[in-house]
Ligand binder design. Structure first.
Ligand SMILES: NC(=O)c1ccc(NCc2cccc(O)c2)nc1
Length: 246
């Protein structure tokens, strides 16, 4: 997968993706990152990329023309047409289902705005979709872009050593993940649940599913709203709630 980052600080996003799973995905050629800086396509001595917003009020807007030229160059750099994603608080909230869809694309271009954002004409002419990583405002879209890069990189085939682990993630089937334990078995903070050391894989799978259902019900009831659980899942959740005295 190729990802092009359009940003006044492209190296920031590239560095975020230089560690761990994402760094390894790049070394393995599973992910190809390219940074593009609109300032390189801005005119004049000051290479102006932003200006005041029409209509008055505070804040600056990124200018349409340097971005248009930058995107034209990016499109020419590879025959694969990119899906152009603009990171903004006005975008569609990112979730794991959308991450999986993005991870399946051959090429993404992530547009990172600074200041109050980008001239709307550029958005309308060039952007395929706006995505928000949450309902809060950052100083720039770069951290949001780094989140998208990380989330899609780890889903690239071969990125995770234990391929199964992506499928065991939280949200994989719309549920939160079960709790995890490792050594030592006995600790001042508690003991590892017996079932996990039983070697009974059916019982372990049942316990994990029940924990995922219970935690989701308890912490994120919104994820269960409007969802019809299977009879088996409903029975597991009911039992979990009884055991919790809930
Ligand atoms: N929640 C997010 O994904 C997110 C994304 C970007 C951002 N800042 C740059 C920006 C970009 C566009 C408009 C704008 O008002 C601010 N802040 C938060």
């Amino acid at each position: 997968m190729r990802i092009d980052i359009v940003s006044l600080f492209p190296e920031f996003v590239e560095q975020c993706a230089g560690f761990g799973v994402t760094g390894r995905a790049r070394e393995r050629g599973l992910l190809d990152l390219h940074g593009w800086n609109p300032r390189d396509w801005a005119e004049g001595n000051y290479r102006k990329v932003d200006d005041r917003t029409f209509g008055g009020g505070p804040g600056m807007v990124m200018l349409v023309e340097p971005l248009r030229r930058c995107l034209a160059a990016l499109r020419q750099a590879d025959p694969l047409p990119p899906r152009v994603v603009y990171l903004s608080p006005q975008g569609r909230p990112l979730d794991q289902a959308r991450v999986r869809e993005l991870a399946a694309l051959p090429r993404l271009a992530l547009l990172c705005g600074r200041y109050e954002g980008v001239d709307e004409r550029l958005v309308q002419a060039e952007v395929d979709e706006e995505i928000s990583i949450g309902d809060y405002v950052l100083s720039g879209g770069e951290l949001a872009a780094a989140v998208v890069v990380d989330a899609v990189a780890r889903l690239q085939e071969g990125a995770l050593n234990d391929a199964g682990s992506a499928s065991q993630d939280s949200f994989e089937d719309g549920l939160l993940d079960c709790p995890h334990y490792s050594h030592p078995v006995e600790h001042a903070y508690g003991t590892v649940p017996e079932v996990l050391r039983s070697g009974n894989h059916a019982a372990i799978a049942r316990w994990r599913r029940q924990q995922a259902l219970g935690r989701t019900w308890q912490r994120r009831p919104d994820l269960l709203a409007g969802r019809v659980l299977s009879k088996a899942d409903q029975a597991l959740l009911d039992e979990w709630r009884r055991e919790q005295g809930r």
